[in-house]
Write a protein that binds this ligand. Sequence first.
Ligand code: ACM
Length: 556
Amino acid sequence: MKKFVLAGLICSIALLSTAQINIIPKPVSAKINQQGKGFTINAQTRIFLENDSLKSAATFFNNYLEKYLQIKLTITNVKPTENFISLGINAGTSSFKDAYTFNSLQKNISIVGTSPSAVFYGIQSLIQLLPTQKSTTLNIPEVNITDHPRFDYRGMHLDVSRHFFDVAFIKQYIDYMALHKMNYFHWHLTDDHGWRIEIKKYPKLTEVGAWRNGSIVGLWPGKGNENIKYQVLPNDVKITPANAVIKTDGIRHGGFYTQDEVREVIKYAADRYITVIPEIEMPAHSMAALAAYPEFGTDPKSGYKVAETWGMMNKYNNVFQPTDKTFGFLEDVLTEVMALFPSQYIHIGGDEASKIWWKQSAETQKIMKEKGIKDEVALQSYFIHRIEKFVNNKGKTIIGWDEILDGGLAPNAIVMSWRGEKGGIAAAKVKQRVIMSPEEKLYLNHKQFMKDDSLAANKFLPLETVYNYEPVPAELNSEQAKYIWGAQGNLWSEYIANPAKVEYMLFPRMDALSEIQWSQKGQKNYSDFLNRLKTQFKRYDLMGITYSKRYLTANP
Ligand code: ACM
C-alpha cells in the first residue's frame, strides 16, 4: 500500500515537473514556477472586477467555463481575500498597446492590462492554461506572463457568398478568432454567387441576389462540364448565359443577414474586441447584384443570373457600368452599410475586374471619352478613387485588394496584398497602410495535404508554410516597414459548404497564423509550436472542433 502511494506521489511530481506553458500564440515572456502548487478554480472561485469595463472579459471566461467545463463563477466588485481571479487596468504598466501581465499564485490569479482589450487577451491566455478535461476542480500552474501583440491588425476573413453560414456559426467563428487574440473579422458579404446583406433601399439584392439555382459539382470547372475550357477561350469570345453550358447540382442555395442580425454580430464581436469589416465588392464580383438590378451592368439585356460556377470564368462575369446611376446605387448601398457598421474601415473589393466589358460597351466608352479617361485601367482607378472620396466624406477609410493600385492608388486607401507581396510593398513604399494576405501563404482554403485531402482549391498550403510566413518583406526599410499594419488569413468558401469543413480548413493553420500576427518575430520556433499544438488539439477535442487530425499522424 505504502509503495503504491509513493509511486503515485513520484508520478504526480513527474507530472508537475514537466508542466509547461502551451499558449498559442506564444506570449512575449512566460515563466512557470515548477515548485508552486498552482491555483485551483472551483465553484467558489470568484472573478473580481477592479473596473466595470472588464465585464465582457469576465463573461467570456465564464461562458467558456460553463460551456466546456461545466463550472460557473460569481463575478464581484468586492475584493475577496483568497480564491479569486482579479481583472484590472493600469495604463502605466507598459508602453506597448494591448499589453497585459498575468500572475497565478496559490491564492489568486491577477490579470492587469493597459486596456480592456488587453485584459481580454489575458483571459485568452488563462483559458489556454486550463485543463482540457472536465473536472470539479481546475488546476492552473503558477505562471508569470508579460505579453503584447506584434501587429495592430490581426485579421481573419470569411467568404459567406459562395456558401452561406448562419449567424450562430458566425458567432462561433468570432469566438475562434477571440481565442487566437485576433481583432478584425473581414466579412466577405457580396460576390458573384450571392448577396448576403439586407439593404432596405434595394430589396431585390436579397430577394433575387441571395439565391442561386445550383452549384457546380466537384472541382472547377465541375463534373459534367469538364470539356468546356473557359480558361483558353480567345479574348474576343464573349461567354454569355446563352452560350455557356453549365451543369450544376441544381440545388437552390442561399441566405442573407437582416440588418438586425448584422447588428447582433457586430455587438457580439465588439464584446470580444473584434471589429467587423464588411466587404462590398466592386466593380467586379457583382453578378448577384446585377441579377437583382441588371440596369447597373454593361450588358443588361444578356440576362444576368446569380453565378453557379466558381472562378471568374474569364469573360462571363459582368462588372458594374460606371454611370452616375450606378455610382448612386453603390453610394446608397454604402450609406446603409456605413450606418450599420461602426468600423472605421470599409472593404470595397476592387479585385479581378475583367476589362473586356468596359471595352465592349459603347456607353462606357462614351463616359470615358467625356471624362478624359484614357483606358480601362485608368477607369478602374477612377472607379475606386470616386468611391474612396464618397467613403472618406463620411469619415471612413477604404480597404481594397491590391488591384486598387492599378492605374494609381487612391490616396487614403489601405491595400490588402493577395497576389503575393508586390502590391503591399508598393503601397508601403508610398507610405500607405498594408495588410499582408498573400494567397500562396495565407489562403486557408488551399489544400493542407497533397494526397487524399477532401475537395479543396487545388493549391497546397501546409501548416509549416503558414507558420514560417513573415509579413514584413525584407526589402522594406524600417520606416517603410511601419506601414505593414498586419496580416490576415482568408477563407474562400467555394469548396467549403458547412461549418465542420470550415473548422477542418481553419485548424490548426489558424493557430500558425495567430503566431505570425501576435508573437514576436524572434520567438518563432516550429518544433516548439508543434509541441504546444498537442495541448491545443486536446482543447479542440473538448470544444468539439473538427480540426484536421491528420497532423497527428501524417506527413503532408
Ligand atoms: C481574391 O482572392 N480574388 C482577392
